[in-house]
Design a protein around this ligand. Structure first.
Ligand SMILES: [Zn+2]
Length: 335
């Protein structure tokens, strides 16, 4: 059944079905919300419903017609998907030009054309400008869906003023839990561990469902809780673990970012302790170690470490050389 794949976003489904039924569907939408809450899945389901050749009701795809099958397979000629290539920081003009060009062609299957642009946060001035004409005067009947990150602040005003903004909230814990179970995460300890770090994002939880990452987290905590942090050893272990993620630079960068997420989680827990709040970790020995860390560092230094961790996250996003990031961070922690 169409839309059944969309969990936790009923108001947004209703918004689109109502707008479509009343003939008020816009021509450009910007989806805003944390990574991994289902914006991409939603965009694809919406596209499928719009392209369906035998809709069950208004904007409810049949899931059985050729068009639905093509949309599901990602091979529908009237569904154009574009994103930032893995190895660059910004969306290149060439990607936007190609997308606009495809959008301007007549629909191959008769109905309309839908374009989904992922990583819309990464439009730069040049690529945004190349996009303006398509955004202002899209071919009749076509729909543009831009997918951004957690905040509309990252969008250029020229883009914001031409799109209707749709905000996706983090998913409630019970929705994340049922989605994780659908992904066959059922073992209670594993499930609970992921729920603690999900922050309302099933994508984030699944990315963190990697035993090696958790082993590295243990190693990290052991290093941090030493009276004297050995920066060289820490940087070396960190770098080797990132390199082990695979040959592809995108995989290494994703791992680097997940390490920082887990590290920030540990520091947040330590900070909780300094404020007399119980940490979220389930393991008693780990909680003890965090307590020692919190006592040794105190609130100010903990906040300093967290600030530095957030900076490192930005550097990972901004394509700074990964080895430099881990080296500089380990060096800072050793001071
Ligand atoms: Zn269909």
């Amino acid at each position: 059944m169409s839309w059944s794949r969309i969990k936790g976003h009923d108001p947004i489904v209703n918004l689109f079905v109502t707008a479509y039924s009343q003939g008020r569907l816009g021509h450009a939408y910007l989806f805003i919300g944390p990574t991994g809450v289902g914006k991409q899945t939603f965009a694809r389901e919406l596209a499928k419903a719009l392209l369906c050749e035998r809709p069950l009701q208004k904007l409810v795809a049949c899931d059985t017609c050729p068009s639905c099958h093509l949309a599901e397979a990602g091979t529908h000629p009237d569904l154009i998907c574009a994103k930032r290539p893995d190895d660059v920081v910004e969306l290149p003009v060439s990607v936007i030009r190609e997308m606009s060009e495809q959008l301007s062609l007549k629909p191959a299957r008769g109905g309309r054309k839908v374009a989904i642009l992922d990583d819309a946060d990464d439009l730069n001035e040049a690529s945004a400008n190349a996009f303006l004409k398509t955004l202002e005067e899209p071919p009749p009947g076509s729909l543009l869906i831009l997918i951004g990150g957690g905040s509309a602040d990252r969008q250029l005003p020229t883009i914001l003023s031409r799109c209707q903004i749709v905000r996706f909230a983090p998913l409630p814990a019970e929705t994340v839990e049922s989605l994780l179970k659908e992904h066959e995460v059922t073992e209670p300890a594993r499930l609970q561990r992921l729920l603690r770090v999900a922050e309302g994002s099933v994508g984030q939880a699944l990315a963190l469902d990697d035993e090696e990452l958790w082993n590295f987290r243990t190693l990290l905590l052991k290093n941090l809780s030493a009276n004297q942090i050995d920066s060289l050893i820490l940087a070396k272990a960190w770098h080797e673990f990132v390199e082990d993620a695979g040959k592809e630079s995108g995989a290494k960068r994703r791992r680097a970012s997940l390490i920082l997420k887990l590290l920030l989680g540990l520091l947040q827990d330590a900070l909780r302790i300094t404020h007399g709040i119980a940490p979220t970790v389930a393991d008693r020995a780990e909680a003890e170690t965090l307590r020692d860390l919190a006592d040794r560092l105190g609130t100010d230094r903990l906040l300093g470490w967290m600030q530095r961790g957030l900076e490192a996250e930005t550097q990972v996003d901004r394509m700074v050389q990964l080895e430099l990031i881990s080296e500089a961070f380990a060096d800072y922690l050793g001071r």
